[in-house]
Design a protein around this ligand. Structure first.
Ligand SMILES: Nc1ncnc2c1ncn2[C@@H]1O[C@H](COP(=O)(O)OP(=O)(O)OP(=O)(O)O)[C@@H](O)[C@H]1O
Ligand SMILES: [Mg+2]
Length: 387
């Protein structure tokens, strides 16, 4: 026989909820009041005053909001989040805020960026240590794949002494025009906005430029162009870690760098050097991940066979060892080389096998950029102080 036990009010779940709710009657004004006690460690002002808190939502004991971090607010985000959690937990015992603080990139204010780059959301360098490993091939095909997936994409050829973009987009005779504000209008092909020094000067003329001339030409080309609204601006870097690299990290706040390598030991050693340059504490550009190009060769007549000409799995091992993302593999395919030379990037045909590899690389890059933007502050440009 069932006993008819009458529950007392405080034994019912409804009552418990009501008590919790009453205890947790938190107002936005109170939360803002508490967050005013959280001071930005470098800027020495509170995070409300700095306009860093947005999208506050309070649902019973659950408090969530976004911390807006721009270049100026760049700091140890984990510590700042922890300070917010500590302050709110101390003020409202039982509040649930841990894990509810999102990090969002703060839109740049007008004064922070030159005109033409204001609406560019992410700037990504495609680099390596070693020459000839396929940076330009990866940058071009990645740009086309991202554009085909609906992103607004730009591509800069920063290889002043050996520009590849005019050839790889079949734009030998392209001459960019200036708009009414006297800004350079990038050339558009396959949905990608492009600029290369090869559009302005004869390759032989650029070869004799000294370092400062080359970097100032590059600076003018990037900063005085009207890029418009872009989701991704990719920079196809020259090989090595020289003057141009330094110029780029000084003039642009890079979202991150993608490192391209073949699986060969010598290439991997140079890829590590390239990676370390970006990760150097004075430079501090996040490495979005490593791409293995020329991962294997499959002859057309033996489509099941994979020949690991440069070794097997080298980039994946390096990525794991260095704690960076492994973004994908691209095999050696004759059509990649031929289509590059003809100015018809292989990624244009997403249904082809090799096109598919570039499209899955684009997916990994989109995910890596999103992850980076929600976990790290915007990069600061490197300032070089003269002694
Ligand atoms: N996956 C691939 N399959 C076939 N050929 C490729 C592949 N990747 C690159 N290549 C070819 O290898 C050569 C070098 O590639 P690419 O110019 O992209 O390298 P890079 O790293 O940009 O060189 P540099 O250091 O000179 O700028 C080109 O002829 C290109 O077509
Ligand atoms: Mg190149």
């Amino acid at each position: 026989m069932k006993k008819n036990i009458k529950k007392r009010p405080w034994q019912t779940s409804d009552y418990i909820c009501r008590i919790r709710k009453i205890n947790m009657e938190i107002t936005p004004a109170q939360v803002f009041g508490v967050l005013r006690t959280v001071v930005h460690p470098e800027l020495k002002r509170d995070i409300i005053q700095l306009g860093m808190v947005q999208g506050l939502e309070i649902d019973g004991a659950n408090v969530s909001f976004a911390l807006l971090i721009g270049k100026k607010e760049s700091t140890n985000i984990a510590l700042l989040k922890q300070n917010c959690v500590d302050a709110l937990e101390a003020a409202f015992p039982g509040v649930n805020v841990r894990g509810n603080i999102r990090v969002q990139a703060k839109p740049e204010t007008e004064a922070d960026e030159p005109n033409g780059l204001r609406k560019v959301k992410n700037i990504i360098a495609v680099a390596s240590g070693k020459g000839g490993v396929g940076k330009s091939t990866v940058a071009v095909n990645l740009a086309v794949a991202l554009a085909q997936q609906g992103a607004k994409v730009g591509l800069v050829d920063a290889d002043i002494y050996g520009p590849s973009i005019p050839l790889m987009f079949d734009l030998h005779d392209a001459r960019p025009m200036a708009n009414e504000e006297q800004m350079i209008v990038p050339v558009e092909k396959y949905g990608v906005r492009l600029l290369s020094i090869g559009f302005f000067v004869n390759a032989k003329d650029a070869l004799v430029w000294r370092g400062p001339m080359a970097t100032s030409a590059l600076k003018q080309m990037i900063m005085e162009a009207d890029w418009g609204e872009l989701d991704y601006l990719l920079i196809d870097m020259p090989p090595g870690t020289g003057d141009i690299h330094l110029a780029i990290i000084q003039m642009l706040a890079l979202t991150g760098a993608i490192i391209v390598s073949t699986p060969q030991e010598v290439a991997l050693a140079d890829a590590l050097k390239g990676m370390n340059m970006f990760r150097n504490e004075k430079i501090n550009v996040p490495v979005l991940g490593l791409v293995e190009n020329m991962a294997w060769f499959t002859p057309a007549e033996l489509p099941e066979n994979k020949y690991y000409i440069f070794g097997n799995g080298g980039c994946k091992r390096l990525a794991e060892k260095e704690g960076v993302n492994f973004l994908g593999q691209i095999p050696i395919v004759q059509s990649v080389c031929e289509s590059g030379d003809k100015g018809m990037p292989a990624a244009m045909d997403s249904s082809s096998i090799v096109g598919g590899y570039f499209h899955s690389l684009a997916d990994s890059v989109i995910a890596a950029v999103d992850y980076r933007n929600s976990n790290l502050a915007a990069t600061r440009k490197v300032e070089v102080k003269k002694k």
